[in-house]
Ligand binder design. Sequence first.
Ligand code: AMP
Length: 189
Amino acid sequence: MSARRLLLLGPPGAGKGTQARRLVDALGVPQISTGDMLREAVASGSPVGREAKAFMDSGRLVPDEVVIGVTEQRLRQADAASGFILDGFPRTAQQARALDALLVKLGVKLERCVSMRVDEEELVKRLLRRAEIEGRSDDNEQAIRTRMEEYRRKTEPLVEHYRAAGVLAEVDGMGEMDQVAKRIQEALG
Ligand code: AMP
């Protein structure tokens, strides 16, 4: 597995975070999860957190300029110089364009976009299960429905952006975690 600049694309509950953490171990590059960073910002009560909280709780996307700023700062840190696994960013066309521009500025290329395909009914079941286990404030049924709609409308079209860029790898995200991890490894060559 040689690609070290990756992004994981998929609907909420597809297991992006889990798979990203496994890739961290396999590749030795950091996971960059905008969801995790935003939750930390909310917990610390920072200005970014205060701006993001209502959007996150209702399942809507946080405004592009906020998320782009957070991600740009993170990608400029030293540990991301040798690679990164983006998890949950980009989620809109504007974010994708900002990422393209930033990577040009940093003089690096995105090597693969792994798109995880999952059955939607199964996803909702997974999210409701996770709601019980983790108690996330955006895992109630209405917020889950909103997150799915946001994904379908704003994020799913990015699959074509990365297909056109020639970096898309589509992976079946159904089944056991280990199986999915294996498929991703194969897709990464
Ligand atoms: P996640 O943990 O990736 O499912 O993200 C949780 C929530 O954080 C999402 O429902 C959004 O409200 C917000 N969020 C995370 N990443 C982004 C992003 N790239 N753009 C906009 N909002 C985001």
